[in-house]
Write a protein that binds this ligand. Structure first.
Ligand code: NAD
Length: 292
């Protein structure tokens, strides 16, 4: 299969390399990043896309995705697939899919979870929006880059699933961190707090898989001085997308809005940028009630 891969950053680089290692012919393009192993580079996005069976994009945001789609869709062959793995707003995903359909090109929005480690190991989870027919064509590639694919419905639904999941994650991490900081001030040992909550109704992924308290629970970024992991600014991006989507359909999301407020302050006004999103725990531990 001939693949064009646009956006070869922290995530796209290892994903493209895994496709090349699996024997695919991969032509890449990036405005800054260099060629991953086995990938030949084109001079423009259009050149990377021309003649490709599948064009994969892994880009920072919806505006850049729309700009790249404007460039590549006119040169793609009818029947080819545009497979976007970036995390972008639902509206951009649907607009790009409509634009592709008008040129007889299939479109899939397939954002991922699993982070840089998952991209490197080829174990990402893909949440996919688009037709079953387009997914059947893209599935062999998703199987190389990832371990699990969930078809979430028509175009945009992959992005919808991603931002709903990450809104739960962000809000859950905030409350888990504030609960540990409260436990500290109440004189409750963090291990005891973990032993109770991890086996009781306060249990969550944020607590039992990614515990924000160093030395407690499984190894997590907290045990590595809160180096990411999943950086606070990436959580901030996803929480912003969730609020944007909620506004567009008039859905009430008070906890998501509060999580966004917390990560905005942490990332923009404090020392959160470049730190793992679980570093909310030392933040709360160092603050008083009037600073929340
Ligand atoms: P990144 O910034 O490392 O990579 C983005 C790449 O796109 C960069 O190399 C940049 O030069 C390139 N680029 C920007 N504009 C371009 C253009 N017009 N044409 C071609 N290339 C262009 O970001 P990343 O961490 O690889 O994330 C990519 C996407 O994956 C984002 O949407 C992000 O939200 C999502 N994501 C990231 C993670 C993570 O842990 N890093 C996890 C899940 C999802």
């Amino acid at each position: 299969m001939k693949i064009g891969f646009i956006g070869l950053g922290n995530m796209g680089g290892p994903m493209a390399r895994n496709l090349a290692q699996a024997g695919m012919s991969v032509t890449g393009y990036d405005t800054a990043a260099s060629a991953p192993d086995g990938v030949s580079m084109a001079a423009t996005a259009a050149e990377a896309a021309k003649g490709a069976d599948v064009v994969i994009t892994m880009l920072p945001n919806g505006a850049i995705l729309r700009a790249v789609a404007n460039e590549v869709i006119p040169v793609m062959s009818p029947g080819a697939i545009l497979l976007d793995c970036s995390t972008v707003d639902v509206d951009s995903a649907r607009a790009v899919a409509d634009q592709a359909a008008a040129s007889d090109i299939g479109a899939l929005d397939a954002p991922v979870s699993g982070g840089i480690g998952g991209a490197d190991a080829g174990t990402l989870t893909f949440m996919v929006g688009g037709s079953a027919e387009a997914l059947a064509k893209g599935a062999p590639l998703l199987d190389i880059m990832g371990g699990r694919t969930v078809h979430c419905g028509p175009s945009g639904n992959g992005q919808a699933a991603k931002i709903c999941n990450n809104m739960i994650l962000g809000a859950t991490m905030v409350v888990t961190c504030e609960a540990f900081a409260l436990a500290d001030k109440l004189g409750l040992d963090r291990q005891a707090m973990y032993d109770v909550a991890s086996t009781s109704s306060g249990q969550s992924w944020s607590l039992t898989t990614y515990c924000p308290a160093p030395g407690v629970g499984p190894v997590s970024p907290a045990d590595n001085d809160y180096r990411p992991g999943f950086a606070s600014e990436l959580m901030l991006k996803d929480l912003g997308l969730a609020q944007q989507a909620a506004e567009s359909v008039d859905a009430p999301t008070p906890m998501g809005a509060e999580a966004l407020r917390q990560y905005t302050a942490f990332t923009r006004d404090e020392d959160g940028e470049g730190r793992d999103f679980s570093a909310m725990l030392p933040r709360f531990a160092a603050r008083s009630r009037s600073q929340s």
